[in-house]
Design a protein around this ligand. Structure first.
Ligand code: CS2
Length: 488
């Protein structure tokens, strides 16, 4: 079968939506760090919608860790398929907004030179929570992080995202070129302000004046939302069948997409609103709503669901007890913490439950379970802190935290190993080994992880009671029974 490529596009693929602009005329205006599946299902699609009106905003992507995206897209001239799945079927569309992908490891100089060039007016990022090298509990740069130490010692050859941004900004400053706007599209709390704090701190450690300069750079906050399971070989086959060509890395996703952006782009921006993005003054209420409602539910379903033997989120949604748990978590415990004038939170919740049910979207609980130590603070713990301060209960959120503790010990209910992926995995497994069968000791060990729980939660009596009781129950009667008791 022929491979998807620019020359193939000219022959038109039957039944497939194709770029609505002449690809030979588009020029780069955006560098995107972390060119993973999420970006390709989200921002790259919005930009693809806009290039017909303004061809100067195409994207050059970069991967900071692995060259696999470059290897997949290069032979395809940067083209790939986004396949939207719902109960009716799979709807393919070829995206052309990514001109090229650079591998930061082998093409670092090219990437830095590009980021320092005047054509680039936005550098956006999806490097996942851990890619910012910060302490998730405080939102500050982790100055002892090995990549940060490396980049401070080798500022002109950085490997971390903060190091790349600061080196490129330093080069622009030296050349008298106005700075680009930095736009994080990761699920961090207050992602604009948080990333600004991290990057400014890194710059200041390099040189005080560089810190002052970065202080003046715009870091608009964003709320991003689209569910994107990782692509499987079966998906590759499905897409090949639909487009009649081979695509080494199609992206499978849901119909829903949302993007809320703080309108702060001194160097200009594409007309994102024309592609359906909401441009607002303050994104934080939207971000809080999404992180607590969607991602808080997701993480809770991921740990409990994985342990209960459910491979996909849609399987979890097939269990009525779990549905009641998640409905209750959102309605009773999260919604009262949100202040969203003009948004119908009940409707938002119901829409989320429908999205989770999407049977065509094979979203693994294991995938969502990854990197929990980086995700829990903004997804579950921030809500719990507010409920504690108001003297309110948090049974279901507490069960989510207990399920994470039960999961990260790395052994499931049948005694099989769990492949726990987390930057703290080794430390957590050492804590679990020390605790042995003692659930109380496990609770004390894990809640002592300061970068996850801070000191306040570790020392909080009600937090300990709620979470440790659930953890004990997870060990004693198992996941399904515990969920049943909590919803009963
Ligand atoms: C998920 C998110 O993997 C995860 O942790 O919760 O990737 C989620 O699918 C997206 O944030 C949805 O917008």
């Amino acid at each position: 079968m022929t491979r998807l490529s620019a020359s193939l596009l000219a022959q038109a693929l039957r039944g497939v939506v194709l770029p609505a602009y002449d690809r030979s005329r588009i020029t780069p205006g955006i560098v995107h760090l972390g060119i993973g599946a999420f970006h390709r299902a989200h921002m790259a699609v919005y930009v693809d919608d806009l290039l017909k009106d303004d061809p100067s905003w195409a994207i050059i992507g970069a991967s900071l860790r692995r060259p696999d995206t470059k290897e997949a897209l290069e032979p395809q001239d940067g083209l790939y398929t986004v396949a939207v799945r719902d109960a009716e079927g799979t709807h393919p569309r070829v995206i052309g907004s990514i001109l090229k992908v650079l591998d930061a490891n082998s093409e670092r100089e090219d990437l830095l030179a590009l980021m320092a060039s005047p054509a680039i007016r936005i550098v956006s990022l999806t490097v996942t929570e851990k890619g910012y090298c910060h302490d998730p509990a405080t939102g500050e740069l982790d100055e002892r992080h090995p990549d940060i130490a490396h980049d401070l010692a080798n500022p002109a050859a950085p490997r971390s995202a903060p190091g790349m941004l600061v080196e490129a900004l330093a080069r622009r400053r030296a050349a008298g070129i106005a700075p680009f706007t930095v736009m994080s599209c990761d699920n961090l709390p207050s992602n604009g302000a948080t990333v600004k704090r991290i990057v400014t701190r890194f710059a200041r450690l390099r040189e005080a004046a560089l810190g002052d300069y970065v202080e003046g750079v715009a870091f608009p906050g964003t709320m991003v939302d689209r569910i994107v399971p990782s692509t499987t070989d079966a998906d590759r086959e499905t897409v090949a069948g639909l487009i009649g060509a081979e695509d080494a890395w199609p992206i499978m996703t849901e119909p829903f997409t949302q993007w809320v952006i703080e309108d702060d782009f001194p160097a200009g921006r594409p007309a994102f609103e024309k592609a359906g993005a909401q441009l607002v003054e303050d994104v934080e209420p939207f971000e809080r709503m999404k992180l607590r409602m969607l991602n808080g539910s997701h993480s809770t379903m991921a740990y409990l669901g994985y342990l209960a033997g459910y491979e996909y989120i849609s399987d979890v949604m097939g269990d009525e007890d779990f549905v009641r748990l998640i409905h209750g978590l959102m309605t009773q415990e999260v919604m009262p913490t949100l202040d969203m004038p003009g948004v119908d939170l009940g409707a938002y919740r119901d829409q989320l439950l429908d999205r989770f049910r999407n049977p065509a979207l094979k979203h693994r609980t294991w995938q969502i379970a990854m990197d929990g130590s980086q995700k829990l603070p903004q997804r579950l713990l921030a809500t719990i802190r507010e409920r504690l301060a108001a003297g309110q209960g948090f049974e279901r959120l507490g069960l989510g935290v207990a399920a994470w503790m039960r999961y990260v010990i790395g052994i499931d209910e049948k005694g099989d190993n769990i492949d726990v992926r987390d930057p703290l995995a080794l430390r957590m497994q050492a804590i679990a080994a020390d605790a042995g069968d003692d659930a109380e000791a496990l609770y004390i060990g894990l809640s002592g992880l300061g970068e996850v729980f801070g000191t306040d939660l570790a020392e909080n009596q009600s937090f300990a009671e709620t979470v440790a009781t659930h953890l004990d129950s997870l060990f004693e009667i198992g996941v399904k029974q515990t969920v049943n008791e909590v919803v009963g």
